[in-house]
Design a protein around this ligand. Structure first.
Ligand SMILES: NC(=O)c1ccc[n+]([C@@H]2O[C@H](COP(=O)([O-])OP(=O)(O)OC[C@H]3O[C@@H](n4cnc5c(N)ncnc54)[C@H](O)[C@@H]3O)[C@@H](O)[C@H]2O)c1
Length: 373
């Protein structure tokens, strides 16, 4: 069954688009628009073998003119050099303004191909076709595109909304487990901030999800995607409500930075969720019972509280100040009030927390005895 959710961008009716979630959507090309002069499929080498070669064959059978471009997989290729190479190849093949890019892959492909679409001939159309769980529940939705620089992640980019998002759940069958868990954490985050019922669904179906049950994964992707869509519709350019999506990310980003990006984003966010939930508990906002429930589900996914011991809390706190979302040296946190709800005060979702409280939370969870200096 195919689920269709509409993303309506209130500031720009033309930027509204459908998000389709279903099984085998890449085999049934009913969603492909007809009115483009050329199709450019952008993917990475791994996804090319799994899905892009087949997709291109089907598109050619259907009469489309297709160019397939791919680059090595991995975050380190999400850079200006890869983008330049893609653009040069498109220019050489005389791709005009009426070209449609299909961004087929995980978040790396989506961000890079989306940014290429945003700037090629001052902006052409693209469709996001996420193939990782993280891309399905998070990165393909919302129009944030960009590349990394030596100074940091996603520092250069643009808001550029796709014409559609096509999430084919069947692609998750080939996704390695660590990447499945990577995306699962973003879904968990979405449920924690907005949807207690889906949190329970996740709890009750964890084994089936980890075994890759496509029906259950499809339901979970739909629920998580709905949350992201709802938040983006209310705050496309990240000025207020969209901040809630950052729950777990202040500490998560700091862990990524300190580990020199050796830890996967979702895995870092898992520890971020633990610390930030504990902060809310210490501040009397989240109940101890709810903290234990959150700790329990993360432990089930093998994110253990004591793992935090290996990190120097002072380095982590220092790294939070470098996050590009830190404003004027102030470190804001999204604080969980309940499972499915964030704390809001005077219309503000992000709240200042002292370093002392962050340290206390970190040490309380990790069981480390004293502050590392
Ligand atoms: N734009 C946004 O709003 C947003 C939000 C969150 C994250 N991101 C970005 O997303 C990126 C991370 O995305 P990701 O976790 O999807 O990583 P990724 O794109 O690197 O994919 C992870 C790995 O899985 C492989 N892969 C992809 N689909 C597969 C499949 N179906 N079967 C087997 N292997 C497959 C890829 O080749 C890669 O090796 C980061 O660059 C991050 O900054 C963007």
């Amino acid at each position: 069954m195919i689920k269709k959710i509409n993303m309506n961008i209130p500031t720009c009716k033309a930027a509204s688009y459908p998000v389709l979630i279903g099984d085998d959507l890449l085999k049934r090309l009913t969603w492909m628009p007809k009115d483009y002069s050329q199709i450019v499929v952008i993917t990475d080498h791994k996804v090319k073998k799994y899905y892009a070669d087949n997709l291109v064959k089907l598109l050619i059978i259907k009469g489309y003119k297709v160019l397939l471009l791919s680059f090595s997989s991995g975050e380190k290729y999400k850079n200006i050099r890869t983008k330049n190479r893609l653009e040069e190849q498109m220019l050489k093949c005389v791709c005009d303004r009426n070209t449609l890019i299909l961004a087929l892959g995980g978040g790396v492909v989506g961000d890079l191909a989306g940014f290429t679409a945003a700037t090629y001939m001052r902006g052409i159309a693209y469709i996001q076709i996420p193939t990782t769980l993280l891309a399905m529940v998070d990165s393909s939705i919302g129009g944030k595109t960009g590349i990394d620089t030596p100074q940091g992640k996603n520092l250069i980019g643009a808001y550029w909304q796709p014409k559609a998002v096509i999430a084919d759940i069947a692609c998750l069958r080939t996704l390695p487990k660590k990447h499945l868990i990577n995306g699962l954490i973003e879904a968990l985050k979405a449920f924690l901030i907005r949807d207690a019922k889906s949190f329970s669904y996740l709890q009750n179906n964890m084994d089936a999800i980890l075994q890759g049950d496509v029906k259950i994964l499809g339901h979970m992707v739909e629920k998580a995607a709905r949350i992201k869509i709802d938040v983006v519709q209310k705050d496309e350019k990240d000025n207020h409500l969209r901040a809630i999506l950052n729950f777990g990310h202040t500490i998560g980003h700091a862990l990524e930075l300190v580990s020199n990006y050796k830890i996967l984003h979702g895995h870092a966010v898992a520890y971020g969720i633990l610390v930030e939930a504990k902060i809310a508990e210490l501040m009397g906002i989240l109940s101890p019972k709810n903290f234990l429930i959150i700790e329990g589900i993360l432990n089930q996914l093998h994110f253990m509280s004591k793992d935090l011991k290996k990190w120097d809390v002072n380095k982590i706190i220092q790294a939070t100040t470098l996050d590009k979302k830190a404003k004027k040296g102030m470190i804001n946190y999204i604080l969980l009030k309940d499972i499915g709800a964030v704390y809001q005060y005077k219309n503000t979702y992000a709240h200042m927390v002292s370093d002392k409280t962050v340290k206390k939370a970190f040490l309380a969870i990790s069981g480390a005895r004293s502050y590392a200096r």
